[in-house]
Design a protein around this ligand. Structure first.
Ligand code: ATP
Ligand code: ZN
Length: 300
């Protein structure tokens, strides 16, 4: 049967779920999410959204049960290494790295324990939910360790006498500190990404994916950009443009004629955030009525 609906898997509830839903919303994919329902349908696009545990997302994509998944690279990497270890076939593609779900996988030790390099971890028992990523790194460094595999509560494993060290997700590091631990070595940096099962897609689905990815690019570009409006003497327009590296050609409107000076309104799209020092430089150049506005969407 020619499948005419794209299936996307996102995390049901947790640290990625809000941002994943927001991403769909910002791409104008309207989904009527219903509590405790595995599948929700889009009202305006041929898309079904599956809400599942994040650990299941890489497998669902690799096995071709869904077409796209939004998942952390940490969970993806662990699943891929597990499947490689079992000599299973792996087929997937990272379509886009996203700007949320930013965290890292690090080794943590009790605060009082001295750390003098990765070799001092040799032979320790390490608690983690990510044994394959840990094993890959330790093998590369020729270090042995004893594994304590836990699916949760890793941060209390040392206090509970289950392990000497932990290998766990860290974002601010506050959770480590509040458990009497310190971060001694970052092993894997992670953020959310969109993955697809490339081998399974018909042309219809490929087209929807292209639209989705192009909208995401527009959303990200818009978020990073600012729309700047100001009034300035036309003789200063070039100095103004030089202040904004990477800005597109400005739009200039004539305002009024004074005796010598021609005042214009300059509209610029800047690719970067605007800081106060740029605003102050604009003022020094004689700019007036300066407005910095957020951009909602951008398509080039
Ligand atoms: P599930 O019930 O879906 O299995 P979980 O408890 O395994 O959820 P969460 O704690 O919700 O997972 O984290 C999901 C993902 O979010 C992590 O695998 C990681 O990629 C990312 N993540 C973890 N901690 C943070 C953080 N503090 N900030 C942002 N992203 C994070
Ligand atoms: Zn999980």
């Amino acid at each position: 049967m020619y499948d005419k609906k794209l299936k996307i898997a996102i995390q049901k509830s947790g640290r990625l779920s809000k941002d994943s839903r927001k991403l769909l919303h910002n791409c104008d994919i309207k989904v009527n999410f219903q509590k405790n329902k595995l599948i929700s349908f889009s009202e305006n696009m041929p898309i079904d959204v599956m809400c599942v545990r994040d650990d299941d997302i890489p497998g669902l994509v690799i096995d071709g049960i869904v077409d796209l998944g939004i998942v952390g690279r940490n969970v993806l990497e662990e699943e891929v290494l597990k499947r490689k270890f079992k000599l299973e076939k792996i087929s997937f593609k990272i379509l886009k790295h996203l700007d949320f779900g930013i965290c890292r996988l690090s080794i943590g030790l009790p605060t009082e324990k001295k750390y003098y390099g990765i070799n001092c971890l040799n032979g320790l028992r390490i608690a983690t939910s990510y044994p394959y990523i840990l094993k890959k790194y330790f093998n590369k460094k020729n270090i042995s360790f004893k594994l304590c595999k836990l699916n949760g509560s890793v941060e209390v494993a040392i206090r509970a006498g289950l392990a000497d060290a932990i290998f766990d997700l860290v974002s601010t590091g506050e959770a480590l500190v509040s458990n009497g631990l310190k971060e001694v070595k970052i092993i894997h940096n992670s953020s959310a990404c969109i993955i697809s099962n490339d081998s399974n897609l018909n042309l219809f689905k490929k087209n929807i994916i292209n639209t989705f990815i192009s909208r995401i690019n527009g959303v990200i570009k818009a978020r990073e950009s600012k729309y700047i409006v100001m009034h300035i003497s036309s003789s200063k327009v070039n100095s103004i443009i030089n202040l904004f590296s990477g800005c597109t050609k400005p739009t200039i409107y004539k305002l009024k004629f004074l005796e010598k000076d021609e005042m214009v309104a300059v509209h610029i799209v800047s690719r970067e955030s605007i800081f106060w020092d740029t605003m102050e430089k604009l003022k020094e150049l004689g700019a007036k009525s300066i407005l910095i506005l957020p951009i909602e969407k951008m398509l080039e």
